[in-house]
Design a protein around this ligand. Sequence first.
Ligand code: ZN
Ligand code: ZN
Length: 374
Amino acid sequence: MKKSVTALVWAIVSTSGHSHDLTALPLGDGKISQSPKVGWIWACHIDPQAGGAQQVGPWINTAKGTYDLTAKAVVPGQVNWPSQFKLSIQNEQRVFSGNDLPSHATGTYPVPSNSDAYRYDRNPNSIKAQTMQVALPLWPTLAAQATCVPGAIGFLLSGSVLFNALDAPGRDAVAHETQDACQGHPQESGVYHYHSLSNCVADKREPNGHSALVGYLLDGFGIYGSYGEKGQALASKDLDECHGHTHTIPWEGKQVAMYHYHATPDFPYTAGCLRGSYKQSDVTTISGPRPQRNMQGPGGRPPEGAAGAPPNGPSGPAGPGGAPPDLNKAASALGISAQKLREALGPPPPDLRAAATKLGISVDALQSALNAAR
Ligand SMILES: [Zn+2]
Ligand SMILES: [Zn+2]
């Protein structure tokens, strides 16, 4: 099995601050919270029925709750792409336009059937050029309250999209999903994306030792590499619940005390929640077009590597006679307002299929949220 280059680099550079043992990184499975929590992820949506890696790889030690990043199967290949990526400033907004193709080479997708990676995750998707344009606030501000993270959360300076730490069914994507040597792979609509900082996006350092900018999240705040103010290697526990902190950084040619996110080698890798506000339409844009099948995850994020996954059909109508679900509770589990959920469900008896379509989520996801709220 190939050793990941990233892993070796991490092992060498993490000599100050926290040293991350890349052979025993904490497995993030189950660290999904319903509110901001350091080291966990507050995800808006997960879909336990969705697809993912078929097999738990031997690099994962479920009993110990760790995984060996250096032993993880890597999708082979060296494919170059006509990347288009432009950042410009228009009307006090940072406008990102591009085709999502990365500025670095990728592995071969679909995953070659003769590769080691194929044994664990037969990701059948191909990388496809997208049309993406989003306008983010140039000077983002903190929202009154943090919010849960959608599936697609921003982009790295390679020009490709950053997803949160979870795979479609809500496991630690970095541990479970096989990725190429740049830690990227395509989902169902061909959107090439990462779940952590790619080692093909250099973690450069400012003169003071702090990491340089590596991307932007959809609330407009920057995301930086894994080194803090004194150049120390950061871990999730050094950061706040959303995986960031505030101190002086260079921003638009000025030195300003400003909130920003950091990437770390440990779960949840990037944002655990979002501190600024973001537009759902931007999530939809960077998630790419909706796949043909009704498999799209609620956060505008289609499931990934879905070969062999059961189709997301309804698992039976909500049983009559049970206690009525608490719509506030169900809505908060889905990351939407109770009002929106009520509107989608319409007058009783609710048509779950129609409601799920209206909300852009699977029937299963809706049903399990309703069941859990009884
Ligand atoms: Zn993924
Ligand atoms: Zn910082």
